[in-house]
Ligand binder design. Structure first.
Ligand code: ADP
Ligand code: MG
Length: 384
């Protein structure tokens, strides 16, 4: 095919569409934990500024690799900072009938559940977002311009495990039923049979959410636990309905997703059923990464249909939806290769810099010192 030249005018026309469909990528580095570093090697990743980090280059320790993102949250960042910086800005669109999806991505043990759920002392994205949705609904409801409109909020909670869609708000015996994903004539994605609970306060939300999530979050960070192999999806739907004919409705959906661990399960010695599960997770996450890539590159075909997760998110990821991927990273060496994989998925750009990754407590050798201090040396750009 002949290469088509795009004029500046055309390129300019295309731009707004591409930028709304883009998935914002934030990275959060969790604090170093000595119990995750049996060889006592210290961290191998650290922040270098407002939106970048550096990691040791394992091929050449005289170099570090620097990565840039839409936002970077260092190991001292609070739950509040992550929420205000990357999540709250997208919530406002919900009440005007737009969709949004927030993902926590990264290897098991890197802080996905901490980021999404948190703890009673350090509540994460989910409780903060749900509180704010109710706050926004209250504020909107009292506006004179909304006199004729009624707002209702519902929640659904599901898990995608082995490419099956399972309802987490169903009693145990009905939980194992694989629910179908459908698309209506307006291209809205829906799951017939999925429980939807009407919620009118944060307490209502907790009453459904806590019992359902308790059996899932039995703080097990073991590599093979079910929670590290399934995608946990919370859906908050805000419906704005006209109280009189023609009873028009605007629906905004917010997906809050704690993804399966992105680690390479082939290295954990999984067998049989485990291997099958790993395969399914890897392919689901793999499709998600392809979808995000395709959206961010503005490709014409987005492979939503290639996995359950992306099919479910088809109307809430890309297009006019607002999506944020929070990539969680751990700084210890034992995560090194999974960290690189996650970084290469998350990064907007990467640079290799001639500068050894030195630890503050370790004196650089006399040989390395002149290199490090050379003010004229420019960063060398190479592919890894
Ligand atoms: P994941 O869900 O990705 O497997 P977790 O959220 O369970 O990881 O985090 C692993 C461990 O690290 C947990 O003990 C968690 O409390 C802790 N942790 C994760 N992120 C942070 C953070 N930003 N600050 C403090 N502790 C954290
Ligand atoms: Mg987790």
């Amino acid at each position: 095919a002949m290469a088509k030249r795009v004029s500046i005018f055309e390129a300019g026309l295309k731009k707004p569409q591409a930028s709304t469909a883009r998935v914002r990528v934030s990275v959060r580095l969790r604090p170093y934990m000595s119990q995750d570093d049996e060889k006592n090697e210290g961290p191998c990743v650290r922040g270098t500024g407002g939106n970048s980090l550096e990691i040791v280059n394992w091929r050449n320790t005289m170099e570090t690799m620097q990565y840039q993102f839409d936002a970077f949250y260092g190991d001292g960042s609070s739950q509040q900072e992550v929420y205000l910086g990357s999540v709250k800005p997208v919530l406002t669109h919900l009440l005007s009938g737009q969709n949004a999806s927030i993902f926590a991505y990264g290897p098991t043990g890197a802080g996905k559940t901490h980021t999404m759920l948190g703890s009673p002392d350090q509540p994460g994205v989910i409780p903060r977002a749900v509180r704010d949705v109710f706050q926004m609904v209250r504020e909107q409801s009292v506006l004179p311009s909304n006199e004729e409109w009624e707002f209702t909020t519902t929640m659904s909670y599901l898990e995608i495990y082995n490419e099956k869609v399972l309802d987490l708000l169903q009693p145990k015996d009905l939980k194992d039923q694989d629910l179908p994903i459908r698309e209506d004539k307006d291209k809205n994605i829906l799951i017939p049979g999925l429980t939807q609970k009407l919620i009118s306060s944060f307490t209502d939300f907790e009453n459904h959410f806590i019992p359902a999530s308790q059996n899932r979050t039995v703080a097990s960070t073991k590599l093979n636990s079910r929670s590290s192999r399934s995608h946990t999806v919370l859906l908050i739907k805000v419906v704005k309905s006209l109280r009189r004919p023609p009873f028009r409705q605007l629906t905004g959906k917010l997906y809050l997703i704690d993804l399966a661990g992105s680690e390479d399960n082939r290295r954990t010695g999984n067998q049989g059923i485990r291997l099958k599960e790993s395969g399914a997770i890897n392919s689901s996450l793999f499709v998600l990464s392809k979808v995000v890539d395709a959206l961010n590159q503005g490709l014409p075909r987005i492979p939503y249909r290639d996995s359950k997760l992306t099919r479910l998110l088809q109307d809430s990821l890309g297009g006019s939806a607002h999506s944020v991927m929070i990539t969680n990273l751990a700084p210890e060496f034992k995560y090194y290769f999974d960290t690189l994989t996650a970084l290469n998925f998350a990064a907007k750009s990467k640079q290799i810099i001639n500068k050894p990754f030195t630890r503050e407590t370790v004196q650089p050798t006399a040989l390395k010192r002149p290199r490090e201090e050379s003010p004229t040396r420019m960063p060398a750009k190479k592919k890894m």
